[in-house]
Design a protein around this ligand. Sequence first.
Ligand code: SF4
Ligand code: SF4
Length: 288
Amino acid sequence: MYELVVLSGKGGTGKTSLVGAFSALAQGKVLCDADVDAADLHLLLTPRKILRHDFRAGHKAVIDSQRCTGCGECVERCRFGAVSGRFVVDGLQCEGCGVCVHFCPAGAIDFPENLCGEWYISETRFGPMVHARLGIAEENSGKLVSLVRKEARHMAEDMGLQGILTDGPPGIGCPVIASLGGASAVLIVAEPTVSGLHDLDRVARLARHFQVPVSVCVNKADLHGETARAIEGLCRERGYDFAGHLPFDPAFTRAQVEGKTIIEDDDGPGRRAVTEVWEHLRKSLQGA
Ligand code: SF4
Ligand code: SF4
C-alpha cells in the first residue's frame, strides 16, 4: 500500500487543489487531510461525516474554589502567569506543566486532559476520508497529524484499498515532520519564485532526512518561466524526481468556488497538466 503526502514550502501554493484533483483521478484510496491547522480539503470534497471523535491532548489546570484555601502557592509557582490573584487559571495561558498541581497543599487543582479538537471519518464522492478540526489557538497539531494518518492507514487496510492520498501541512515544522514518517513518497508543490525555490529545497531536504523519496511539481509555472526552469534544474542537481509544470489556469479557482476539483471542470490546460502529473506519480507509486 502506498501513501503519497503532498507538501509545500508555504501555504497557498495550490497543494490542496492538487490533492483534490488527484482524489478524482486515483482509484481505490483513502483521502487524508493532515493539514490540520488549516484544513480545507473538505471545501472541495464536501465530505459527509459518518463518525466524529474528540481529540484530546495535553492538560490544563483547573482550581476548585471549594477546596482552595487561598495560600497563593500556585500563583507563586506558575512561571507562565496563568493563575490570577483570585486563584483562577487562565486556560489560554496555562501551558499544562503541572507544577501548580504538584505543589498545591490542599490538592485543590484538577488536571483534566485538554479537548483540542475533533477528527472525523467521512464519505466523499471519491471515497472515504479521514480529516480533523483543531480548535482555535490549540497546539498539538503534530499529534493530530499522526492520528489522522494512522486512522487513514487502518481504514485502507481494513477496506483492502491500494493507497492513501494525504494533504500535508505547509512548511517544515512539527506537523510536517509528523506527516513524513512511513510515507512512500512526497510531492512538493512549488511556486516559480526565488523564495519558492528555497522553500521547496528545505522541505525536500527534510523528506530526504526521513528517507522519503521526493517528487516536485511547479504550480503556475508560466507566471515566471525562468524560475520554473531553475526549479527543474535544482531537482536534477539534487536528484529529486521532477513531476512536471502546471500552468496558471483560472479553471482552478472556478472549480474551487463551485466546490469541485479541476478534473470535474472543463478539459483545459490545468486539467490536462494535473492529469499528466498524476500519471507520472502513479507509475512511481506502483513501484513503491
Ligand atoms: S496552591 Fe492550591 S490551595 Fe493554594 S491558592 Fe493555589 S489552588 Fe488554592
Ligand atoms: S499547569 Fe503549569 S502553566 Fe498551568 S497553571 Fe499550573 S503551573 Fe501554570
